[in-house]
Design a protein around this ligand. Structure first.
Ligand SMILES: Nc1nc2c(c(=O)[nH]1)N[C@H]1C(S)=C(S)[C@@H](COP(=O)(O)O)O[C@H]1N2
Ligand SMILES: [Mo]
Length: 201
């Protein structure tokens, strides 16, 4: 059954598929709960905590520099999808539009629907991270997080928050939804940081 949908990585792929992962050619939808119903006109993205409070509209994001991205996507439930093509805004470009307090060391990602996930500033401020509004040339489908999601390719995909609507800047680490429920606080796939617990320390 598994072999029909997933391919075990061959030697040529071992540099792309992290340990314990299988490649999938489809793009599964992985959501805790329901897909929220979001009207783009009402969509708002807020910044707060250790940052100058700001509220951005969808047009604000579209007015920022736009880029295409190709990134691999690793879900902790063991599927990996290679070469996903997205369009959106680099995190490092977005940061020029907001004012963050130098004491901010962590972030809580907030979403429509109430999902949260935490990330350190260091993991957030990487060249390859981006906010995506387009997937394979089409508007990002609601099930995959449209109108806007974060994509953090170097961490497990639960850090890539769908329906993102806010960033809360923090001086110390707080745990998001899955992190409070036993998943790793960082989630680095190459180190198999899947769960919290003694074996991770
Ligand atoms: N808001 C929100 N974001 C989320 C999730 C979620 O349940 N809610 N699931 C996460 C998980 S576990 C994964 S693997 C990816 C899945 O993204 P996809 O459904 O586009 O494949 O989204 C992540 N972002
Ligand atoms: Mo996931």
């Amino acid at each position: 059954m598994l072999g029909k949908f997933f391919k075990k990585p061959g030697p040529e792929m071992s540099d792309r598929i992290p340990p314990g992962q299988y490649e999938t050619k489809g793009f599964p939808v992985l959501t805790y709960g329901n897909t929220p119903d979001i009207k783009i006109e009402n969509w708002q993205f807020r910044v707060w905590g250790l940052a100058k409070p700001a509220a951005l509209t969808f047009s604000d994001f579209m007015a920022m520099p736009q880029n295409n991205f190709t990134a691999d996507f690793h879900c902790v439930t063991r599927w990996s999808k290679l070469d996903v093509q997205w369009t959106g805004v680099k995190v490092l470009d977005f940061m020029k539009y907001i004012e963050v307090d130098p004491n901010a060391a962590h972030i809580m990602e907030h979403c429509y629907g109430g999902y949260t996930t935490n990330i350190s500033m260091e993991d957030f401020l990487r060249e390859e991270n981006f906010f995506a509004h387009t997937l394979f040339g089409e508007p990002l489908p609601p099930d995959h997080g449209g109108p806007l999601r974060l994509v953090v390719p170097h961490l497990y995909a639960w850090k890539s928050a769908k329906w993102l609507n806010g960033l809360e800047f923090l001086d110390s680490e707080e745990l998001g939804f899955w992190e409070r429920n036993g998943y790793h606080r960082r989630g680095e796939p190459w180190a198999e940081e899947r769960y919290s617990g003694s074996f991770n320390f």
